[in-house]
Design a binder for this molecule. Structure first.
Ligand code: NOJ
Ligand code: MG
Length: 533
């Protein structure tokens, strides 16, 4: 048995134990029938989220953007892309969400702009050596005529991280060519983002999800990355590093100066009422490095990607829980838990797909929802959706265009709401931006509502029961000694058992509060989890 505890900030801010539902704006609900989700679409579905039982929603970028990276290429941080609506629609969304008791977190993309952002356009026009270029990372190339890129860095999306202009300068883009990296050593950049934070805080948002939070600063000299006997660049590491034990040389990530920015932002957030918060997307190399982003004077939360990367394996899951508490305890931060988002294979598919994958996904989610801290859900997981095989010709992810490898379109297919044919009530008759599988007819919100044993009803029930103990149960988790294939932990009055083995297991005495699948003769079958009180 091992015991893990947390420091407990009191009184609890709203985000401490919040279940936050990620809305991928272009795929949630399409109010005008153009095939792309939009803000009025989200507003119309807010009652669905309230009834589901979540506390907050995080909305992915809806700002003006050429959409080369689905909005993570922002051309204007303080407006709404006409495809998604108008500023007034953002205001209406906030108002309705708040009236329903839901908090709203918006996405902030500070590492890079779109190449259509006014600053980048001015930088192109102003030419080499200009102050306009100092807002980004322009450099001369190496070699004869500067024809070689300034260093050996690769783009996360494949290929080199540099693009050359006709005037000879190169600019850095850690992601797509259309996403130039900002120069965070330039005070103008800092000032601009402080204004952006205030703009949205003044409009009433409750928090920010900080995109590539570990990326803002690069090694001052932009030195080469030391590559040990492999030609792999950061692309392959972005997502996989947390699983590896050796740390790697990463002069483009997680530089110490980045923390000063978050201290400044924390002061801004604290200057507002209502426990405004920020959650870091920081794919650092170790959980301890991520913990640095949630020190008491920095951001409130960071996504716990170690949980998402844990395999369908009870020992790995238990280790992850232990490690999460152990790394957060010294900084006094609360954990977060996440299994899916718009960048990874949906967890039902990761755990093997088909009925087994879905059963495991339900079990893992149920276990997650009993843990202290905040849980992040990704739209569609409450329907048991899996990643989809999107035909090559329809894929839109810039990473696909740069590598020829399908990365993320599979998990971005729009939500099926109702009816028997695509687009399943997502929008008008027009087919959505990514095609929806015919089999989703059985998985729509309508088809699962009120249906015994459906994934949607499981989520509703779990979230409802969670409300009765999440904020009052002890912050302490006891991991219980069971077989290697069983994850079992106790949190105050609630005991959670998850069976990752292949034989039914016995359960402790008590009342079953929620179960992710049917019990058989009082035993917990494989790929199933239960809460017992
Ligand atoms: C992380 C976002 O989640 C992803 O979708 C995006 O492509 C990159 N950051 C670049 O902004
Ligand atoms: Mg639309």
């Amino acid at each position: 048995m091992s015991r893990v505890t947390l420091n407990d900030p009191s009184p609890a801010p709203w985000w401490r134990d919040a279940v936050v539902y990620q809305v991928y704006v272009r795929s949630f609900a399409d109010s005008d029938g153009d095939g792309l989700g939009d803000l009025p679409g989200i507003t119309s579905r807010l009652p669905y989220l309230r009834d589901l039982g979540v506390d907050a929603l995080w909305i992915t970028p809806f700002y003006p953007s050429p959409q080369h990276d689905a909005g993570y290429d922002v051309a204007d941080y303080v407006d709404v892309d006409p495809r998604f609506g108008r500023l007034a629609d953002a205001d209406a969304l906030l108002e309705k969400a708040h009236a329903l008791g839901l908090k709203v977190v918006v996405d902030l993309v500070p590492n890079h702009t779109s190449d259509e952002h006014e600053w980048f356009q001015k930088a192109l026009a102003a030419g080499p050596g200009s102050p306009e270029r100092e807002r980004f990372i322009f450099r001369k190339g190496k070699g004869r005529g500067g024809k070689q890129p300034p260093n050996n860095w690769n783009s996360v999306f494949g290929g080199i991280a540099w693009e050359r202009l006709d005037d000879g300068d190169w600019y850095l883009h850690i992601f797509d060519r259309t996403q130039p990296d900002l120069n965070w050593r330039n005070p103008e950049v800092r000032a601009m983002f402080e204004d952006v934070l205030r703009f949205w805080l003044d409009r009433g948002v409750d928090g920010f999800r900080v995109d590539v939070a570990h990326g803002l600063f690069k090694d001052r000299k932009l030195r080469d990355e030391k590559v040990h006997g492999t030609t792999e660049g950061p692309s392959s590491r972005h997502v996989s590093s947390l699983l590896e034990t050796d740390t790697k040389d990463e002069p483009m990530w997680d530089q110490p100066e980045v923390h000063e920015v978050y201290r400044d932002w924390r002061r801004i957030l604290d200057g507002y009422d209502g426990d405004r918060m920020a959650v870091a997307e920081a794919w650092t190399q170790t959980p301890a490095r991520t913990a640095a982003y949630v020190r008491p004077d920095e951001l409130q939360q960071a996504f716990n990607f170690a949980w998402l990367l844990a395999k369908w394996n009870a020992a790995d899951m238990a280790d992850c829980i232990r490690r999460t508490f152990a790394t957060l305890e010294p900084v006094g931060a609360n954990p977060t838990w996440v299994l899916s988002n718009h960048d990874v294979v949906r967890h039902a598919t990761r755990y093997g797909g088909g009925p087994v994958g879905v059963a495991r996904a339900r079990a893992a989610t149920l276990a997650m929802l009993a843990l202290p801290g905040s849980s992040y859900l990704y739209q569609g997981e409450e329907l048991g959706l899996e990643s989809v095989d999107v035909p090559e010709g329809l894929r839109q992810d810039p990473a696909w265009f740069r590598t020829g490898v399908e990365w993320r379109d599979h998990c971005r297919v729009p939500m099926p709401w109702k009816g028997t044919k695509a687009p399943f009530g997502f929008g008008g008759r027009k087919q959505p931006w990514l095609p929806m599988p015919a089999e989703w007819a059985a998985l729509t919100v309508e088809a699962q509502t009120g249906k015994r044993g459906s994934t949607l009803e499981l989520y509703r029930k779990a979230l409802k029961v969670r409300r009765t103990f999440a904020t009052t149960a002890p912050r302490e988790v006891e991991i219980l000694d069971r077989a290697k294939t069983v994850l079992a932990f106790r949190r105050g009055p609630v005991t959670v058992v998850l069976n990752a083995g292949n034989r039914p297991v016995s359960l402790p005495k008590g009342n079953v509060l929620v179960n992710s699948g049917r019990l058989v003769d009082g035993k917990l079958p494989p790929n199933t989890a239960v809460w017992i009180r």
